[in-house]
Ligand binder design. Structure first.
Ligand code: SF4
Ligand code: SF4
Length: 262
């Protein structure tokens, strides 16, 4: 009797407004990725291959934020063509560093930056993918962390829930035995409100976390702003601390807007 060959799950990797760093994390996974690649068909990945296959896709990995009318339409096409849609990185999950312009006049910025601003067609806001379509899972980070990406893909292929932590960077900091830079040196650190995943790299190198993994579950941002004030930070410095690559993530956005800058 002939054994029936099962089709491999199809993965598509899609880019919107972003720097490509999260897609590079996928390529950096190299050897580990080979094991994954044997289990899946990477059907659409313009950064890695010239061969583009059409959907439908079992899993769509989406990098980048929505900043143009065309992108706002394209994400709906990808959603319709995908069983599971996973956003990867700060741009896709929160709007990215480019969302800093959400507090400015985008037209005025285009006039200052570009020789021919009339060529620029952009939306007023840079927004995360979840503001446009339903998202099944998200991976945080700027860029994402390789281990989390492999865990997510393995879990989805095995039909189980991915094990991605929702606790804070402080937990990772304690686990690796780093001395707290905020307590010991008074360096402002977003670790207490930032989602784990990086292994608390920045405090290990004697600097505060600047929140590249975005808000953890139920962060107490008000208490942290108050603590930054006690450390002698000015309102402008505190607002800037919240406005990094996850500035448009709701909890960080709210914290930054609550700061009264004179
Ligand atoms: S250094 Fe930052 S991340 Fe580490 S324990 Fe202190 S506050 Fe938390
Ligand atoms: S410590 Fe904070 S800023 Fe540094 S890599 Fe980790 S989450 Fe990002």
């Amino acid at each position: 009797m002939k054994s029936e060959k099962r089709a491999k799950p199809k993965i598509g990797v899609f880019k919107f407004a972003s720097c490509d760093g999260c897609q590079l994390t996928l390529l950096d996974a190299e050897e580990d990725l080979l094991a994954v690649a044997q289990a899946v068909e990477i059907a659409y990945f313009p950064e890695a291959s010239r061969r583009m296959r059409k959907g439908p896709f079992d899993i769509a990995l989406v990098e980048g934020s929505i900043t143009t009318h065309h992108d706002a339409q394209r994400i709906h096409q990808i959603r319709r063509a995908s069983k599971l849609l996973v956003t990867i990185g700060a741009c896709a999950t929160s709007g990215g560093i480019q969302a800093l312009r959400n507090w400015q006049d985008a037209g005025e910025m285009a006039r200052v930056v570009y020789a021919r601003p009339s060529y620029i067609s952009t939306l007023k806001l840079s927004t995360p993918i979840a503001e446009h379509v339903e998202v099944d899972y998200e991976l945080r980070g700027c860029p994402i962390q390789k281990g989390q990406l492999l865990e997510l893909l393995s879990a989805l292929l095995a039909g189980r829930k991915p094990n991605v932590p929702t606790y804070s960077v402080c937990v990772e900091c304690k686990r690796r035995g780093s001395v707290c830079v905020m307590v010991a040196q008074g360096i402002p650190c977003l670790g207490p409100v930032t989602q784990a995943g990086c292994g608390a790299i920045c405090p290990a190198y004697n600097r505060g976390c600047y929140g590249c993994f975005g808000p953890m579950e139920s962060p107490n941002t008000t208490a942290l702003s108050d603590h930054f004030r006690i450390l002698g930070q000015t309102p402008t410095q505190i607002q800037h601390a919240w406005r990094g690559m996850n500035a448009w993530a709701w909890e960080f956005r709210k914290a930054s807007e609550e700061v009264k800058v004179p």
